[in-house]
Design a protein around this ligand. Structure first.
Ligand code: FAD
Length: 347
């Protein structure tokens, strides 16, 4: 079976591994310039920056099992357990007597991209791996499909895994079935912006002896959701004299593209300045925008995903995979990719 897996996030990689190891002839096509999707680690000037997913919890056994399988268990580290803070009102930063919610329970020493690199290595020589090449169309060419990447020749395949968020899936499917396209387009997502900023320690009045702070939703509305004091809980993520702060923002409608990176850096600095007593602007900032960061799950979400899946199966061997369809987070995305592979291998 020749299979095209569209989307090289963790779901697409998981599907590609199981399909290739199950005997499939797999081509994995990713639009971005690297695999990993919402898992992105950047190393620069002695800093290690998680721009997307930054860890996993005890409720994510599939991630742990995969790490074991990839011989990466010794990469697992637990951030130092420090007090969690909550920002009740501007300037009113209080300790809360609950387990820290602002840092994930576990992460990887060399960054979450280590998991992606492990998965990609596993696929080398087993699959045709392509990055920087968005798929722009899929047509039904019985008995299979023709997949059209932006660059290079069209691919004729027996089966397709759509491991892309619901929005691109809707664009690709709409010409084949406007009805399924509309169902996919109705699956809402929420955007997130992460702003990671580095400050010289002497320029920060707050002691930062905490894991970070969260902002109650009612207080925050669209705005800051939480700020992790990364350098306090994860030694080695910043040079010794630097404080590294990772702020997660909920952009209001239009802000995601309407605000520049410099604009985001300034917004976050102005929020943190009075709270943490910042004496100068950051020395370095990394801004990442995630348009489809997480599904907005309402009562009808699961039934619409089921409707899209049933409709697609009536068209042929084509599967949806990823956090957009089977639940937010790395574990759910992994399981979703593996389940898509299983279904195709069984047909
Ligand atoms: C800021 C942030 C923090 C998070 N923190 C955590 C965390 O700590 N723990 C946790 O468990 N989860 C976390 N998550 C969620 C987790 O990262 C995601 O649920 C998971 O990575 C989704 O994987 P996926 O493969 O389903 O989708 P994605 O990672 O979105 O992958 C989809 C891929 O499809 C590609 N694509 C899109 N269109 C096309 C096309 N036309 N052709 C080819 N490729 C295409 C995209 O470029 C992308 O690489 C976080 C997410 C964000 C944004």
């Amino acid at each position: 079976m020749r299979v095209a897996v569209l989307g090289g996030g963790i779901a697409g990689l998981a599907a590609a591994i199981d399909l290739a190891e199950g005997g499939g002839d797999v081509v994995l096509i990713e639009a971005g310039d690297r695999f990993g999707g919402q898992v992105r680690t950047t190393r620069e000037r002695g800093f290690l920056i998680e721009e997307g997913a930054d860890g996993f919890g005890p409720d994510q056994p599939t991630v742990r099992a995969l790490l074991r399988d990839l011989h990466l268990d010794d990469e697992i580290i637990r951030p130092d357990r420090l007090t969690a803070l909550v920002l009740e009102a501007p300037g009113d930063l209080r300790a809360v007597p609950v387990p820290a919610t602002t840092v994930p329970p576990t992460t990887l020493r060399s960054g979450m991209a280590t998991l992606i690199n492990g998965m990609t290595r596993r696929l080398e020589r087993k699959a045709d791996l392509r990055i920087g090449n968005a798929v722009v169309a899929v047509t039904r060419t019985r008995p299979g499909w023709t997949v059209y990447p932006e660059l290079g020749a069209a691919l004729v395949v027996d089966a397709v895994v759509l491991a892309v968020p619901a929005r691109p899936a809707a664009w690709l499917i709409h010409p084949l079935s406007p009805q399924i396209g509309r169902v996919l387009a109705s699956l809402g997502t929420r955007a997130v912006v992460t702003v990671v900023a580095a400050y010289p320690k002497p320029a920060v009045r707050h002691s930062l002896t905490a894991s970070g702070f969260s902002v109650p939703r009612a207080e925050s509305g669209d705005g800051v959701e939480l700020c992790e004091f990364v350098s306090s809980v994860l030694p080695g993520r910043a040079p010794p004299d630097w404080a590294l702060l990772r702020t997660v923002m909920r952009p209001a409608r239009g802000e995601l593209v309407g605000t520049t990176d410099e604009g985001w850096a300034e917004v976050v600095h102005e929020i943190l300045r009075p709270v943490l007593g910042l004496q100068q602007p950051p020395g370095a900032v990394w801004v990442a925008r995630w348009a489809d960061a997480m599904p907005v799950v309402d009562d009808r979400y699961a039934s619409r995903v089921a409707e899209a899946r049933t409709g697609l199966r009536a068209l042929g061997r084509i599967e949806l995979a990823g956090a957009a369809y089977d639940g937010q987070g790395l574990d759910a995305a992994l399981q979703s990719g593996r389940a898509a592979a299983r279904r195709l291998l069984a047909t």
